[in-house]
Design a protein around this ligand. Structure first.
Ligand code: BV8
Length: 254
């Protein structure tokens, strides 16, 4: 998309946003790319470039190879410590501060960067990489973080809960696992009610998150895709903004 074409599309979308009472934003790994977080499907550096999702981000994979899976998450946690929200995350949070309750952020990301930028009420559909959970139910019925101090793993040794001996897992949603019902219901409601749905930095390959763009379109919202590349949700879009989110979002949200 030429610079002029992008500029005119941005101008068009800005008019939709100015008259929108309610805006929903669905984000994926691409919104964190300019913070230095590898996306999942980027061929060069993507997290999946070296393995398939079902090899690591599933309960079976963790049960079969706890060390390998835990190391992958411990490495991602470690890498995220040096990472900061980018101008796209900040533009969203600042817009929300200026216009309370007008924009709902729905994210597939587990990196916590929207929250770190100051966005309130983020609907984290796939959990948070920094939270721990037990692999099996635990007699203490409380999260390890409350029940027992779980130190970040020593590579190769996923921690066990000191109280109940349960294997500890990252509190993210793995493939084949249901999404948190409350967050998903709130996301569905936001998609149904919005006047504009911004779909930012996602390939649109992972469901049911991707389906929120379809829900918004069917409910009559203007759907806008912000992504330098083609996505599986382009057919739902009324506007395609082919650019990086850290520069497009600050131009859209004022
Ligand atoms: C479930 C946490 C019920 C873990 C993740 C319907 C149809 C087909 C399949 C299914 C379906 N329903 C369910 C499924 C199965 C499955 C699924 O969707 N499979 C896919 C692979 C086909 N879904 C599930 O299993 C979900 N659970 O439905 O429960 C159920 C129960 C039992 C049995 C069946 C169903 C759970 C899905 C959640 C999985 N967990 N994450 C972890 O992080 O380790 S998903 C993981 O991958 C991420 O969280 C993220 O959500 C996803 C990656 O997607 P993206 O964020 O879009 O990232 P990607 O790299 O793909 O794209 C990045 C984009 O950014 C690119 O387009 C790129 O161009 C762009 N970009 C790059 N730079 C920039 C940029 N954009 C803007 N600016 C830039 N600078």
């Amino acid at each position: 998309m030429s610079t002029d074409a992008l500029a005119s599309s941005i101008a068009q979308v800005r008019t939709w946003l100015h008259s929108a009472q309610r805006i929903a934003m669905l984000t994926g790994a691409g919104v964190s790319a300019e913070s230095g977080v590898p996306t999942f499907r980027d061929a060069q550096s993507g997290l999946w470039a070296h393995f398939r999702p079902e090899e690591l981000a599933t309960e079976d994979a963790f049960r079969d190879h706890p060390e390998r899976v835990w190391d992958w998450y411990a490495g991602r946690r470690e890498a995220l410590k040096a990472v900061r929200p980018n101008a796209g995350h900040v533009a969203v949070a600042e817009f929300q501060a200026r216009h309370p309750d007008r924009l709902t952020v729905i994210t597939q990301n587990v990196d916590g960067l929207h929250q770190a930028a100051g966005s309130p009420g983020v609907l984290a559909l796939h959990g948070n990489l920094f939270d721990d959970a037990w692999l099996d139910s635990c007699a203490l019925a409380r999260r390890p973080a409350d029940a027992c101090p779980v130190t970040l793993a020593v590579p190769g040794r996923p921690p066990h809960c000191a109280q109940c001996g349960n294997l500890v897992r990252p509190a993210v949603v793995w493939f084949g696992e249901n999404l948190p019902a409350e967050a998903l219901a709130a996301a569905e409601a936001a998609a149904e009610a919005c006047d504009v749905m911004l779909v930012v930095g996602t390939s649109g390959e992972v469901w049911p998150a991707a389906g929120l763009a379809v829900t918004a379109r069917r409910a009559g919202a203007k759907v806008v895709v912000v992504n330098p590349d083609a996505t599986a949700l382009d057919a739902e879009a009324h506007a395609l903004l082919r650019g990086p989110s850290a520069s497009v979002l600050p131009q859209l949200l004022d």
